[in-house]
Design a protein around this ligand. Structure first.
Ligand SMILES: Cc1ncc(COP(=O)(O)O)c(C=O)c1O
Length: 391
């Protein structure tokens, strides 16, 4: 059985009652009328929505929707896309289709819990590929991945690694590999004949001068790219996610699992997803600029309180993972969970304790950059700190 999903339980408890959400991973959303108005004259999109047939939809996703998704990838056709109800369903279905008890899977660490929890609960051995801090940057070392694969293959019970799982841009650190580092990961997986799942749900939110990586499925024939409209598009309520890969045989196996899960996506969501994909540039530019402006606010905040917090700004994505410094005598909380609980109780500001990613991250907390109300929440946080720090 699955362990409870700590982070999702935390949001289930607090997301809809906290006053200031300072740790969400999705970007600012919009109402349906705002989405429909993006094309200028909303009547055509509104008509399409009103005419949407409310029967079952095609299990793979409508061909029109898959066509629009496929255009996000230079060399994929609609049959290389399998639509899911969010990225979360795609993660579950992909693992159910590919991972067997006793398999070895290497997963970057820390990670969004389902990326490691699902293979573990299916009886696979999940090996952690740890993030490192190097020269004020979060860093996944491709050579370390190579060593982990070799170790698994040369252990007393030698075993080919079934899948390498990388979430890039990374939740929760906001890390982004350089193109040569990413190429190296692909080369290593190719050399070992390993499947590569890249969770790319924060792709397209490269901040400042950060360089966008190509989708993994474009670089490697055995790679599967995962994405969703929840983050860069800010349309989490549509619950439209997808897998993209040249490995149509894998998509067929996943589709057979999906028959036991959501079966197909929601019809109105598919229609609205098509509208969103027709206006990707506009929507993503809006959300990226919210993230970029919020990073500046967080930079000022963490500069002001540098004795209390260690901070590595986000390179890509809509989240970051600052940490408490050992500032004895200045502050009175033991760890980030304690800070988060007091802050929420006193002000209604929600930050996410790092321990929800793993006990070793107890001094860290996650912040979110994607919402317009971040500056307001941050100034409440700042005023609260002023009354607590012993100057
Ligand atoms: C890395 C990562 N993958 C997958 C998901 C799931 O996305 P969704 O909620 O849109 O299904 C999330 C959500 O936070 C995530 O951060």
């Amino acid at each position: 059985m699955f362990e409870p999903f700590g982070l999702e339980r935390f949001f289930a408890r607090h997301e809809f009652c906290a006053r200031y959400l300072l740790c969400t991973s999705d970007c600012e959303s919009m109402a349906i009328d705002e989405l429909l108005a993006l094309g200028g004259q909303p009547s055509e999109a509104l008509n399409a929505l009103q005419r949407t047939w409310l029967g079952y939809t095609e299990s793979k996703g409508s061909p029109v929707l898959r066509g629009k998704i496929a255009r996000l990838y230079p060399d994929l056709d609609p049959d290389s896309i399998l639509v899911h109800s969010g990225a979360e369903e795609a993660i579950l279905n992909l693992y159910l289709a590919t991972v067997r008890p006793g398999d070895t899977v290497i997963v970057n660490w820390p990670c969004y819990q389902s990326l490691i929890e699902v293979p573990k609960s299916l009886g696979a051995r999940a090996v952690k590929w740890n993030v490192r801090e190097r020269q004020s940057r979060w860093y996944f070392d491709p050579d370390e991945l190579g060593r982990l694969i070799c170790k698994a293959e040369n252990s007393s019970k030698p075993q080919k690694v079934k899948m390498v799982v990388l979430n890039m841009p990374h939740n929760p650190t906001g890390a982004l590999m350089t193109p040569p580092e990413f190429d190296r990961v692909v080369d290593i997986c190719r050399a070992h004949g390993t499947l590569l799942l890249v969770d790319e749900v924060y792709r397209m939110l490269e901040l400042g001068n950060s360089r966008r990586l190509p989708p993994a499925c474009q670089l490697y024939e055995n790679a599967i790219s995962l994405s969703v409209l929840s983050k860069a598009w800010g349309l989490a309520g549509l619950r439209i996610g997808w897998l993209a890969t040249h490995r149509k045989d894998i998509l067929d196996q996943v589709a057979a699992i999906k028959d036991y899960n959501s079966i197909c996506a929601s019809a109105p969501s598919e229609t609205l997803a098509c509208v969103a994909l027709d206006h990707s540039d506009e929507i993503i530019a809006r959300n990226k600029s919210i993230c970029e402006s919020n990073v500046v606010h967080f930079n000022h905040f963490f500069e002001r309180y540098q004795e209390l917090f260690a901070w590595i700004p986000t390179e890509a994505g809509s989240i970051a993972f600052p940490a408490l410094r050992a500032a004895e005598g200045i502050i009175s909380w033991h760890d980030a969970a304690d800070l988060a609980a007091r802050l929420l109780r006193d002000t209604g500001v929600l930050i996410l304790p790092g321990a929800l990613y793993g006990r070793e991250f107890g001094l860290h907390f996650r912040i979110g950059l994607g919402r317009r109300a971040v500056p307001e929440g941050l100034s409440v946080f700042g005023r609260w700190l002023e009354t607590r720090v012993n100057n």
